[in-house]
Design a protein around this ligand. Structure first.
Ligand SMILES: *[C@@H]1O[C@H](CO)[C@@H](O)[C@H](O)[C@H]1NC(C)=O
Ligand SMILES: *[C@@H]1O[C@H](CO)[C@@H](O)[C@H](O)[C@H]1NC(C)=O
Ligand SMILES: *[C@@H]1O[C@H](CO)[C@@H](O)[C@H](O)[C@H]1NC(C)=O
Ligand SMILES: *[C@@H]1O[C@H](CO)[C@@H](O)[C@H](O)[C@H]1NC(C)=O
Ligand SMILES: *[C@@H]1O[C@H](CO)[C@@H](O)[C@H](O)[C@H]1NC(C)=O
Length: 447
């Protein structure tokens, strides 16, 4: 058992210091720091945990460790473990060792494997994994360094039996600049790929998402990369037939006005937040249900999307709200932090039918009808966080700095014109009647 666990996890030693595992029963989470051969026994207390985390240590010394085949009783023990997720952090991982121990995961029920701040050393011989499947469906790497993947496609094909069942892969904050086409073709069942905070540029996408790569991919996260051409991105992901969610936020995108690229028709959720956009890029994927274009420099939005349910436009330079009629099934609209001074009356009615509206931190004009429009909208209860404190008047001078909610908007004040005109008529008629009375004194008195 001792040896098996050691091999399995490729553990980890820090020159005979105090080493311990800490089990948090409530969270079913166990963390081991600087585990070494001498204190490997303390891992016993992690056995009831769902998540086991190894932080620190020096794995290198196990490179030459003799690795024998497992006995039936060890296999039985591995099979009885409840561990679902293993996190390995802050270690140097010789790839040779990883390649040798990975197949032992096939006896466990570990579904998630995560490496954080690790350095993978050298290149492994993965042939032990030929034809081997593993229960791991989610694999992630955060802030890791390894030898470049290019040129190692052949070696990784030994992992294909496993990789073709993997569902989630994340390689984040790891200075990735490209992904060889052949690698993507191994991931035949992958649903979600997160490549956030890397250095992918426009050209690398078409290469990574070549014909046959990631054929089932539904979610692609690319925020904080080095992407710049909206059209190149569109062309780069054009061969992903099942893509539903694309996150391009935190890139500096330039919208090419004459772009004619076709997005995958399956796209439903599109994140263009913080993408440096001065105008709405075209074309947008036609079947979108969620569109986030917050934190840009948009001055106007006049697209129309018939399936759109959620539209985020907060933190832009809009002076008017987009026409709600262009989005017949919209339920959420965020417009905080723009330059909107007034909500047109007919739009207020439509806005009132949405479930979640937010217009805080705009420079409102508090003319009577404008303030009243907002108050009516607030009364529907659908105005999100921020009401009343973050809805303030910018004009007229007498209400500047007031909360919109405090502006008096009685019918008499707002519709003075509407009320006064009939009043004048009535008074005038009375006046005429009075005059008539004075002239024809007798009939009047009789009446
Ligand atoms: C693990 O080792 C590192 C340095 O090697 C040390 O800074 C840290 O305190 C150790 N952690 C524990 C829990 O002993
Ligand atoms: C990234 O990993 C390196 C070790 O490879 C570590 O020194 C550094 O602190 C890590 N950075 C972050 C942000 O975790
Ligand atoms: C970003 O991409 C451009 C080309 O599109 C390239 O010249 C530049 O070096 C890249 N920057 C980084 C940090 O990768
Ligand atoms: C879009 O991305 C930003 C930043 O990466 C994030 O804060 C936001 O929640 C995302 N929007 C949606 C609708 O998921
Ligand atoms: C509006 O912008 C200000 C300053 O840029 C920021 O402090 C505030 O949090 C933003 N409000 C919203 C609702 O985004």
């Amino acid at each position: 058992m001792r040896v098996a666990v050691l091999l399995l996890l490729g553990l980890l030693a820090a020159e005979g210091r105090r080493n311990r595992c800490f089990f948090n029963r409530a969270k079913e989470h166990c963390v081991c720091y600087n585990l070494s051969e001498e204190t490997i026994g303390s891992i016993i207390q992690c056995l009831p945990a769902n998540v086991v985390e190894f932080q620190g240590g020096d794995v290198e010394k196990y490179i030459a460790f003799p690795i024998r085949d497992l006995t039936p009783s060890i296999i039985e023990t591995l099979d009885s473990l409840v561990i679902k997720k293993i996190i390995i952090g802050n270690v140097l991982v010789p790839e040779i060792l990883l390649a040798r121990v990975l197949r032992f995961f096939s006896y466990t029920h570990v579904q998630e494997l995560a490496f954080e701040s690790c350095v993978f050393q050298g290149t492994g011989d993965w042939s032990d994994m030929d034809g081997q499947s593993l229960p791991i469906v989610s694999l992630s790497f955060y802030n890791v360094t390894s030898a470049p993947l290019t040129g190692r496609e052949q070696a990784f094909s030994s992992l294909s039996r496993w990789l073709e069942t993997l569902q989630e892969l994340a390689v984040t904050s790891s200075r990735v600049t490209s992904l060889p086409c052949a690698i993507g073709r191994l991931f035949r069942a992958l649903l979600s790929l997160n490549l956030a905070q890397n250095s992918l540029s426009d050209g690398s996408l078409a290469l990574a998402f070549c014909q046959g790569a990631f054929p089932r991919l539904q979610e692609l996260i690319l925020h904080h990369n080095n992407l710049s051409s909206y059209r190149s991105v569109c062309e780069g992901v054009g061969l992903l037939p099942e893509l539903r969610h694309l996150d391009l936020s935190h890139n500096k995108l330039v919208a090419d006005p004459s772009s004619s690229c076709q997005w995958p028709a399956s796209l439903r959720r599109f994140n263009l937040s913080n993408a440096g956009l001065a105008e709405v890029p075209t074309p947008l994927p036609p079947g979108l249900e969620v569109l986030d274009m917050s934190h840009n420099q948009l001055r106007a939005v006049d697209t129309s999307l018939s399936s759109l349910k959620k539209l985020f436009l907060n933190q832009n330079l809009l002076q008017a709200i987009p026409s709600i009629r262009n989005y017949p099934v919209l339920d959420t609209l965020h417009l905080d932090n723009n330059s909107i001074s007034e909500l047109p009356r007919e739009e207020v009615k439509l806005l009132g039918r949405l479930q979640d509206v937010a217009v805080a931190d705009n420079p409102f004009s508090c003319s009577c009808s404008a303030a009243r429009g907002l108050q009516v909208l607030a009364a529907t209860g659908h105005l999100g966080q921020g009401w009343p404190g973050d809805y303030r008047c910018q004009s007229p001078a007498e209400y500047q700095g007031w909360q919109v909610a405090q502006v008096p908007v009685s019918v008499l004040r707002c519709h003075l014109g509407a009320v006064v005109a009939p009043l004048c008529v009535i008074l005038a008629l009375l006046g005429v009647a009075g005059a008539v009375c004075l002239v024809r004194t007798r009939p009047c008195r009789r009446a």
